[in-house]
Design a protein around this ligand. Structure first.
Ligand code: GLA
Length: 403
């Protein structure tokens, strides 16, 4: 059993860019994946979330082209390359390829639409964020490419340009790729900060109110263990015309529940009104959102007073609610949570959208190895493929540097 290293992929992506383009790289940009501590399926309901930017990230290395073409190559996808003409990016946005390149080229389109003078570019991307693990590899890709564009224009990822980048990345995901996600992932990929979790409150819609919450894990002898179950249950949402399944179906359920309750979003729902709904899906979904929103506030308070027992209790409560009321867990996630808790984790839960992906556990630093080994053993006993573990220190959000 080992932990997935958060290597710097900047140098190898730079070498690949220079080989592809025959010109020197100009900018190396980086944007992290994320793990959400608590507040799941709340962002699109006007609720709060508490994610952390991972040390594992996506790199995008860029050089400007003068012929108005865009070439993007991914070192993760067997050097898969996509080439488009800039005018066609501007013209056909939502018709762009829905593969990985849709995220990369999509953000060029949404940035251009927002008035950014996107030039022709050669881009090479590489990443240490596991794909399809519920750790927001797609937001990392969108934000790394967008940061590279800001980089070649000499515009730091700060202030209004940081917010512009978040909006462009969200729009690429929702309008180009067609995934109706809620905005948490891109916000933390840009605004993450070393040593902190990011409290995002979506009460006022997509432009979440942001607050950094100190996360002194190492100082308290604690660590965050993320376990990628390597399971992705086939519930691919996607395409503007696709029938809602999986994530999109949960979103539709929540909208239906808000309609039944007569509130603009489930953020406004009150527990008594929720319990007065007839038994069924809307009541369960609303119950999750209302209880999860309360758990986020309680978690921040428990972090501040270093109340570990309460942190563990809240993580367990979140998992149970996602499993029973939101119905987005799966046997492998439940197994990873049970095994981690059984081996001494203070608390554990599934993280991200669900239907597979990863769990997050809060553990004593000393018992990291023991907890990870116990999860591995549990998976082996069930005849499942070995999961992959990451030890997470809260890291910084997107940035670029000149080469
Ligand atoms: C995915 C989405 C987020 C959020 C989570 C669930 O990661 O991209 O916006 O809704 O699921 O909390």
């Amino acid at each position: 059993m080992g932990f997935l290293a958060a290597l710097d992929r900047g140098p190898s992506a730079r070498a690949a860019l220079e080989a592809m383009s025959g010109a020197p790289a100009q900018v190396i940009a980086r944007a992290p994946g994320r793990v959400n501590l608590i507040g799941e399926h709340t962002d699109y309901n006007g609720g709060a979330v508490l994610p952390v930017a991972l040390p594992h990230a996506t790199w995008a290395v860029a050089a400007v082209r003068t012929d108005g073409r865009v070439r993007v190559r991914s070192l993760q996808r067997r050097h898969d390359e996509v080439a488009v003409e800039l005018p066609s990016v501007a013209a056909c946005g939502p018709g762009l390829s829905p593969t990985w390149a849709g995220y990369a080229v999509g953000v060029l389109w949404t940035l251009a639409r927002a008035g950014v003078p996107v030039p022709g570019l050669d881009l090479v991307v590489d990443s240490t964020v596991p794909l399809g693990a519920g750790l927001s590899s797609s937001a990392a890709l969108e934000c790394a490419v967008g940061a590279a564009v800001l980089g070649v224009l000499g515009r730091p990822v700060a202030g209004a340009d940081a917010d512009l980048l978040v909006d462009a990345a969200v729009a690429a995901e929702q309008q180009v790729v067609g995934a109706p996600t809620g905005g948490m992932d891109q916000a933390v990929a840009v605004h993450g900060r070393a040593g902190h979790a990011v409290h995002l409150d979506f009460a006022t819609g997509a432009a979440a109110a942001r607050r950094l919450v100190a996360l002194p894990l190492h100082e308290r002898g604690l660590a965050l263990l993320v376990t990628d179950t390597r399971v992705a249950h086939a519930l691919a949402d996607g395409g503007p015309d696709a029938e809602p399944v999986g994530y999109a179906a949960r979103r539709a359920d929540c909208e239906e529940a808000a309609r039944l309750l007569g509130v603009p979003s489930l953020r406004e729902a009150v527990p008594d009104a929720v319990e007065a709904l007839p038994d069924g899906r809307p009541r369960r979904r609303a119950r999750h959102v209302v209880s999860e929103t309360a758990r986020v506030a309680a978690f921040v308070a428990a972090l501040e007073r270093d109340d570990r027992r309460e942190l563990g209790r809240l993580l367990a409560g979140s998992h149970a609610s996602l499993r029973d009321d939101m119905e987005v867990s799966c046997p492998e996630l439940d197994l990873a949570v049970t095994a981690a808790t059984g081996a001494g984790a203070l608390g554990a839960r599934m993280t991200g959208g669900g239907f597979g992906g990863s769990t997050v556990a809060l553990v004593d630093e000393q018992s990291l190895g023991q907890v990870a080994a116990a999860v591995d053993e549990a998976f082996e006993r069930e005849g499942l493929a070995a999961p992959q573990h990451l030890v997470v220190e809260a890291s910084d959000g997107a940035s670029w540097s000149p080469v």
